[in-house]
Design a binder for this molecule. Structure first.
Ligand code: MIG
Length: 780
C-alpha cells in the first residue's frame, strides 16, 4: 500500500498507539539528588535530569542511562542554556513514595512506585504524565493527559487548522510536493507546541533534530504523546501566563530573527525559471513600465550551468555582474537559488574540492554518498561541520561577488530523487539515507539524528556567506527546510503549494502555525506554485500575500506565467493595488519585523494570541492580525464578494473608509475584488508611506501617522537605514506615539522621539486622525 495514503487514513501501524512494541517498565524511583544546578533522578529504566533555564523554563531530560553528557543543540542558544539561575532547585525526598522538586515557579511531583509525575507551574497549565516514560528499541515516549477543553497550537509548518488537537504529526523533513489536507510531514520540523485551556497555557519544546512524532489526542482523545527517536528525550516546559509570553520565552531560548533588509519585505517576482538574461531585464522593465512596485527577481535553477551549484550558464547569462547592475539601476535585487547537491563531475571545481577535502556526507565505511537531484548523480555537503560551512559560504562568491543580493536555499531536506523519485508517490523516502554519517565537528553522529537540521545548517552557511562576502550588509536568506532555530538564519516559505483555492485557504493556518512556533518571517508562494491559477484566484492570493510577512509570487516549470499582468488588465489593476497597499504599509510592517527581532512574537498573528480570553478566537484561522493593530480577513473562495468577519471586543475601523465598527461580534463585510477587508484597532497608530517603484525609491522620511481614537494606545515607531548593520550599533530612531483620552473625554495624539540616532528618520510626519472627537495632536 502506498505509504502516503496509509498515513492519511491513519493506518500506519508503527505509531505509539500500538503499545506492543513498548517496554512497560515498573520504573521505580531509585535515587534522587541535586548536582550543582541540576536535579538527577535515577529510575529503574533510565534517568531524568531537571534544570532551570530561566524562571519560567524548566528543562527535563530523560536518557536510558547516566551520566548526562553535554548535548549539542542547534536550537537552544548557548547563552540561554548557560544563563540558568542557580540555587533555585529544592528537592524534597523525605517521603520515599513521593518526590517533590521545586524549581522557581515549577513544582514536580513524582510517584516513587511508577515514576508517573505531574509538573505544576505558577501561571501555566500543569503537565501530568499518563504513565512512566516508555522505551522501545529506537525511541522514547512520554504521554500526558489532555484536558477536555484544551487546544494545541504550533508545531510549525503543518497542514490542518490552527488548533491541531485530534491529529498526529511527524517531524521528518521531507520534500513533499502535494500538500493535501492530511499531508505530513512537510519540509520543516519545529517540535514546539502550546497547550491552552482557555485560561492557562504551557509551551513544550522537544529539542531534537531526529524523527519525532506527536499524537495530539488522535489515538486517545484524552492523551498527547510525544515520541522521539533521539538518544534522549530532551524537553523544555515553558510557562509565562500568556500564549504571547510563552512564544517570547521560546524565542529567547532558540533565538529571534535578525532584522532583514527592507528590500526583502518588498514584492518579489519568481518563476521556475526566468532566463536568459534578456528576459529577466524585460521582466524588470515591464514592472517599471506598468508602474507596479517590485523589489526582487528570483533566479531559479536554470541560471546554472547544468545545475552545477555556484556556476552560471554562460550562454543564458553571459554577464551576471552586468545583469545585476542593470537590475539594480532599475531598483531590483536578485535572489538566486542554491541547491545542496553537488554534481558528480570530474571536471567541476566544487566536486573536485569537495572530494579532495572530505566535505561530503559519507557512508559509515567512509565512502562518499551519491544520490540524485537536478544535476544528476550528486554528493551532499556535510554541513554539520564548521569547515564545510565555511567552504560553502566562500563558494557564494560567484553569486554574492557578482551582485546577487539574496540566497534561496532549496532541496535541503535534503531531497534525493534516487530514493523514491520525483514522480513516485512515496515521498517519505525521497531524502538521503539515515545511515550516513553526520560528522559534527569531530563527534560523529548517525545522520538519522541530525536529518532535520540539514536545512538549518545549510542556511547557516548561506548566512555566513554574507558576513564573509558582503560585510556590513544585512543578509537575506530564504529556505525551504529547517528545524527549531531556523529563524536566526533564514526566512521560510512553505514550498510547493498548488494554485488551488484550498491552498490559498490552507496558507493562513499554516503561516499562523509557523508564527506560533517562533518563525515570524514566513510566506507562501503567491498565486500558487503548481497547477494553473485564474485571474480571480491570483488577485485574491495577491491581496492576502501582500499582508503576510514574506511576499513573493512564484510558479512552477511548465505552468502559465504569473506576473501581475498575466491575467488581463482588470486583474493587473487589482494586483497593482494590492502591491501598492503593501508598500504603503511597509513602515508599519517593518516596525513589526523590528518588534519580532526583539520580542520574538509573530508578525502574522492568530486572534488567539492577542485575545486569548475570547472563546471565539480559539480556533479562528481564516482571519488574522498583521502586527497587533491590523485585522486582515482574506477572501478564500471564488465568487465571494462579501464575507463574515469576526471583530474581537473593542472598536475597529474599516481601514479604507474609516468607518467605526463595534467589535465583540461578527459582521458581514463587503469584499469586492481588490478590497480585502482590513481593519485597524482603536488606539492604534499606523505609520504609512507613499508607495513607489521599489523600496529604494520610497521616501521614508515622509511618513503619515494614522492614529485611531476609541482606546488608549502606545506605539513605538522604529526607523533605520533598512540595509546596513548600523542598527546593531544603535543607529536608529524610535518615536513614541500615544493616543490618550483627555479630561474632556476627547482624544489626543502626541509623539516624542525617544532616541534619535538615524539621520534619515522622518522629522515632521503628516498626521491623520481617525474617529474622534480629537482634541489635539502634536509633538511633545
Ligand atoms: O524539485 O528549483 O520548492 O520553489 O521552483 C523542485 C525548482 C525544485 C522546488 C522549490 C521550488 C523551485 C523548484 N524546486
Amino acid at each position: 500500500m502506498n505509504p502516503i495514503a496509509e498515513k492519511e487514513i491513519g493506518m500506519s501501524d508503527d505509531w505509539v498507539s500500538n503499545e506492543q512494541s513498548w517496554n512497560l517498565p515498573a520504573a521505580p524511583l531509585l535515587d534522587s539528588r541535586i548536582e550543582e544546578d541540576r536535579a538527577i533522578l535515577e529510575l529503574s529504566h533510565g534517568a531524568l535530569e531537571l534544570s532551570l533555564i530561566e524562571r519560567g523554563i524548566l528543562r527535563l531530560r530523560f536518557a536510558r542511562s547516566l551520566p548526562f553528557a553535554a548535548r549539542p543543540s542547534r536550537a537552544v542558544l548557548a547563552s540561554a542554556a548557560s544563563s540558568a539561575p542557580s540555587g533555585m532547585l529544592e528537592l524534597d525526598s523525605a517521603d520515599p513514595s513521593r518526590l517533590i522538586l521545586r524549581a522557581a515557579s515549577f513544582q514536580l511531583d513524582m510517584r516513587g512506585a511508577d515514576c508517573t509525575f505531574q509538573v505544576r507551574s505558577r501561571d501555566g497549565l500543569s503537565l501530568e504524565s499518563a504513565g512512566p516514560i516508555l522505551l522501545s528499541r529506537d525511541s522514547m515516549a512520554l504521554s500526558i493527559w489532555l484536558g477536555a477543553g484544551e487546544s494545541i497550537y504550533g508545531l510549525g509548518e503543518k497542514t490542518g487548522f490552527l488548533d491541531r488537537r485530534g491529529r498526529r504529526y511527524e517531524m521528518w523533513n521531507t520534500d513533499n510536493p502535494v500538500h493535501t489536507p492530511g499531508a505530513d510531514p512537510l519540509y520543516q520540523s519545529i517540535p514546539f507546541f502550546i497547550r491552552f485551556d482557555g485560561e492557562r497555557a504551557l509551551g513544550v519544546f522537544l529539542d531534537s533534530t531526529a524523527r519525532s512524532r506527536f499524537d495530539l489526542g488522535f489515538s486517545d482523545p484524552g492523551r498527547l504523546t510525544i515520541e522521539s527517536f533521539d538518544d534522549e528525550l530532551d524537553l523544555y516546559l515553558i510557562e509565562a501566563g500568556t500564549i504571547a509570553g510563552i512564544i517570547s520565552a521560546y524565542a529567547r531560548l532558540t533565538g529571534m530573527i535578525p532584522l532583514p533588509p527592507l528590500w526583502a519585505l518588498g514584492f518579489g517576482q519568481s518563476r521556475w525559471s526566468y532566463y536568459p538574461a534578456s528576459r529577466v531585464l524585460e521582466l524588470a522593465r515591464a514592472f517599471r513600465e506598468r508602474d507596479i512596485p517590485c523589489d526582487s527577481i528570483y533566479l531559479d535553477i536554470d541560471y546554472m550551468d547544468g545545475y552545477r551549484v555556484f556556476t552560471w550558464d554562460r550562454a543564458r547569462f553571459p554577464d551576471p555582474q552586468g545583469l545585476c547592475a542593470s537590475l539594480r539601476d532599475l531598483g531590483f535585487r536578485v535572489v538566486a537559488i542554491v541547491d545542496p547537491g553537488v554534481k558528480s563531475d570530474a571536471r567541476y571545481g566544487m566536486y573536485i574540492e569537495g572530494c579532495r577535502d572530505g566535505r561530503f556526507c559519507k557512508h559509515p565505511d567512509g565512502s562518499v554518498y551519491h544520490g540524485k537531484v537536478w544535476p544528476g548523480i550528486s554528493a551532499y555537503p556535510d554541513f554539520s561541520r564548521a569547515s564545510t560551512r565555511e567552504w560553502w559560504a566562500r563558494s557564494h562568491e560567484s553569486l554574492l561577488g557578482r551582485g546577487v543580493s539574496g540566497i534561496w536555499c532549496d532541496m535541503n531536506e535534503p531531497s534525493d530523487f534516487s530514493r523514491g523519485g520525483e514522480a513516485s508517490a512515496d515521498r517519505s523516502l525521497a531524502t538521503v539515507p539515515d545511515d550516513l554519517v553526520s560528522s559534527e565537528d569531530g563527534s560523529p553522529r548517525p545522520f538519522a539524528l541530525t536529518h532535520n537540521a540539514y536545512g538549518l545548517d545549510m542556511s547557516r552557511a548561506a548566512r555566513r556567506a554574507f558576513e564573509l562576502l558582503r560585510p556590513g550588509e544585512r543578509p537575506f536568506v530564504l529556505t525551504r527546510s529547517g528545524s527549531a532555530g531556523i529563524q536566526r538564519y533564514a526566512a521560510v516559505w512553505t514550498g510547493d503549494n498548488h494554485s488551488w483555492w484550498e491552498h490559498l485557504a490552507q496558507s493562513v493556518p499554516m503561516l499562523l502555525g509557523m508564527g506560533l512556533s517562533g518563525l515570524p518571517f514566513v510566506g507562501a508562494d503567491a498565486g500558487g506554485f503548481q497547477g494553473e491559477a485564474d485571474g480571480e484566484l491570483y488577485v485574491r492570493w495577491m491581496e492576502l500575500a501582500a499582508l503576510t510577512p514574506f511576499f513573493r509570487a512564484h510558479s512552477a516549470l511548465g505552468t502559465r506565467d504569473k506576473e501581475p499582468w498575466s491575467f488581463g488588465p482588470e486583474a493587473e489593476a487589482l494586483a497593482r493595488k494590492a502591491i501598492r497597499l503593501r508598500y504603503s504599509l511597509l513602515p508599519y510592517i517593518y516596525g513589526e519585523f523590528r518588534r519580532a527581532s526583539v520580542e520574538g512574537l509573530p508578525i502574522m498573528r492568530p486572534l488567539v494570541l492577542d485575545c486569548q480570553d475570547d472563546p471565539r478566537a480559539r480556533s479562528l484561522c481564516d482571519e488574522y492580525l498583521l502586527g497587533p493593530s491590523l485585522l486582515v480577513a482574506p477572501v478564500l473562495r471564488p465568487g465571494d464578494r462579501e464575507r463574515l468577519v469576526y471583530l474581537p471586543k473593542g472598536t475597529w475601523y474599516d481601514f479604507r473608509s474609516g468607518e467605526a465598527l463595534e467589535g465583540g461580534r461578527s459582521i458581514i463585510a463587503a469584499a469586492p475584488l481588490g478590497g480585502i477587508p482590513l481593519y485597524a484597532k482603536a488606539g492604534a497608530v499606523i505609520p504609512t508611506a507613499e508607495s513607489a517603484a521599489s523600496t529604494a525609491a520610497m521616501d521614508l522620511a515622509r511618513l503619515t501617522l494614522r492614529a485611531y481614537a476609541g482606546a488608549e494606545g502606545r506605539y513605538e515607531l522604529y526607523e533605520d537605514d533598512g540595509s546596513s548593520l548600523g542598527y546593531e550599533r544603535g543607529e536608529y530612531s524610535i518615536t513614541e506615539c500615544r493616543v490618550s483620552k483627555t479630561e474632556s473625554g476627547r482624544w489626543s495624539f502626541a509623539w516624542e522621539k525617544l532616541c534619535d540616532h538615524w539621520r534619515g528618520a522622518c522629522r515632521s510626519p503628516m498626521i491623520e486622525l481617525v474617529g474622534g472627537p480629537w482634541e489635539e495632536a502634536g509633538e511633545r
